[in-house]
Design a protein around this ligand. Sequence first.
Ligand code: SF4
Ligand code: SF4
Length: 74
Amino acid sequence: MKPENSKENSRKCICGECPVYSECCREKNELLFCGRTNSICELNQNRMCICGDCPIHFEYNLQGGYYCVNEFKG
Ligand code: SF4
Ligand code: SF4
């Protein structure tokens, strides 16, 4: 299931601590990619996604990651 796009869920998102997350993402206030859409920024996919450590990932029983790169349809 696609996570709800809510402020509460945005607060729980740990993308801001991820090595893939960039200054561009920060400028665009991008977060909660799994509940919204992928990033409009160019991102380095060779770095490690940390979605697996996120409470949202656990709560919604998500299986994947790199939602900033590939849109999650749910
Ligand atoms: S699962 Fe990933 S994209 Fe979704 S809220 Fe957590 S860190 Fe952000
Ligand atoms: S979706 Fe995954 S790879 Fe992208 S910024 Fe969030 S934690 Fe990092």
